[in-house]
Design a binder for this molecule. Structure first.
Ligand SMILES: C[S@@+](CC[C@H](N)C(=O)[O-])C[C@H]1O[C@@H](n2cnc3c(N)ncnc32)[C@H](O)[C@@H]1O
Length: 458
């Protein structure tokens, strides 16, 4: 049970404080901060211990942060502790490059685990969340295993003394990815892309009924020219108006573009070949198409089924590998939103940048080419195929489209026109496809590649 013990922009949070009456301490006791009630100290440590676990999960592999956040949601953490832990981890991940640079100037060699993660969290609080330096130091040192406390204390105080960390855009991205963006988009755009890693985006929403102006107002949403709704609302989305009735779903403004470009509507059949977690399936179903949603992950498909149930929309859901799927049907419209490095999604998932490895891109490119070939066999005579990836890497986008067109003469590229599907004009490429970069719309959007192809009439 929680009870409020204070409010304001003060330690341990910069907002309302809660005690955790009767809750056992998750971590060791504080080293002793004069004037702090013990229960407040406990709260401070519980939230920060959770942040350490989240950061370790986030940097431990793909979808680590999402899974860990879900687990934290189901665990015994209070809402306040969970949101504080999340805020600390997101600030750490958004500034991980500059934080590590600052740490490396003070560390002679790599310290034993979990020192670096603790130091990263401490610095993120002090430099990016306005946590008082004494609180950041005391809680960080208290969380460290006893033999590491001296080292953590010395390094943290040293970096804090060195002064504010510089958020040079080049330092915000892993060097190998920044070099790729320089090569693909030039120095200036690479720096603009990287600079947006540090920015917290608002939440984008797709309305089941795009004309629902009343709901848009209730969600405090700003209608974007792309057709999505953007809100600065914070907090648990399940409590927002219209969520329980399934009148909207969360979907980045760029992620909503590929399904619109498919133009699948009433009386048409649509196949969503890599469907989970399902935002695009919901769009196709809401547009009136008869949808088949397929994904090889039965677990991820549960989110598709849950989304369909919540929104009252219908689709046939199939758990299988798209490449091995045995089915004779062809479809008027096929969407292949292929598995990819997801480097375009760093605004909401900054951990993807630090978990991606150079070798992933080459192996994903092979899988994407196989999936595109399989998708081509599912397109009816005269039908459309939209290929999309939330990646900034040309091997997963432009190179796939070029390779497909070269090996599938029965398909031609159907150029995307200005404004079509909500595409920002800056994203239109002379070839007729879209290269969406995070700075192509005010307030930002995810990075995507989208190409629309048409099968010749037999
Ligand atoms: C980028 S996500 C799709 C996102 C989804 N279209 C949406 O809008 O919510 C890629 C999906 O492809 C699935 N996938 C990967 N390889 C696959 C395959 N060979 N066959 C079917 N699905 C696959 C993954 O399980 C993952 O859910």
């Amino acid at each position: 049970m929680q009870r409020s013990v204070g409010a304001g922009r003060s330690w341990p949070y910069r907002f309302r404080l809660h005690s955790h009456a009767g809750q056992p301490l998750a971590v060791g006791a504080l080293s002793g901060q004069a004037g702090l009630v013990t229960e407040t100290a406990n709260t401070a440590l519980i939230a920060r211990a959770a942040a350490l676990k989240l950061l370790e999960a986030a940097l431990g592999g793909r979808s680590g942060l999402d899974d860990a956040l879900n687990a934290a949601g189901q665990g015994r953490l209070s809402d306040q502790d969970r949101s504080f832990a999340r805020a600390v981890v997101m600030a750490t991940l958004r500034h991980l490059g500059p934080i590590d640079r600052a740490l490396d100037t003070r560390l002679k060699k790599e310290p034993p685990k979990p020192s670096r993660d603790l130091l990263r969290l401490g610095l993120a609080q002090a430099f990016y969340l306005d946590t008082p330096a004494f609180a950041a130091v005391d809680t960080t040192v208290s969380l460290a295993p006893k033999p590491l406390r001296g080292l953590v204390n010395a390094v943290l105080r040293g970096v804090l003394r060195d002064g504010p960390i510089s958020d040079d855009p080049e330092a915000l991205a892993p060097p190998w990815l920044f070099a790729r963006w320089q090569a693909a988009y030039g120095e200036e755009q690479a720096r603009t892309i990287a600079a947006s890693i540090a920015l917290e985006p608002d939440t984008d929403i797709t309305l089941r009924d795009p004309g629902d102006a009343e709901l848009a107002a209730e969600l405090e949403g700003e209608p974007l020219s792309s057709g999505s709704l953007r809100t600065a609302k914070r907090g648990d989305i399940v409590t927002w108006p219209g969520f329980a009735d399934g009148r909207w779903w969360i979907q980045d403004a760029a992620a909503a573009i590929p399904a619109r470009l498919l133009e699948a509507g009433s009386g048409q059949t649509a196949l969503d070949l890599c469907a989970a977690p399902g935002g695009k399936t919901l769009q196709l179903a809401a547009a009136g198409a008869k949808v088949t949603a397929l994904d090889r992950s039965a677990e991820r498909l549960r989110r598709v089924t849950a989304g369909l149930k919540r929104t009252g929309l219908g689709a046939e859901v199939i758990a299988t590998d798209a490449v091995k799927w045995v089915d004779q049907r062809t479809f008027d419209a096929v969407l292949l939103d292929a598995p990819c490095s997801a480097t375009g999604t760093f605004r909401r998932h900054p951990d993807v940048l630090w978990n991606a490895r150079p070798g992933d891109i080459a192996s994903l490119a092979v899988a994407q080419a196989d999936l595109l070939d399989s998708a081509s066999h599912r397109v009816a005579s005269g039908g459309r195929l939209v290929y999309s990836v939330c990646s900034l890497e040309p091997e997963e986008g432009e190179a796939q489209a070029k390779g497909f067109l070269a090996s599938h003469p029965e398909f031609t590229l159907e150029p995307i026109a200005a404004g079509e599907g909500g595409a920002p004009s800056a994203s239109l490429c002379p070839e007729g496809w879209l290269r969406i970069l995070p700075h192509h719309a005010p307030g930002g959007l995810d990075g995507f590649f989208v190409a629309r192809l048409r099968r010749a009439k037999a």
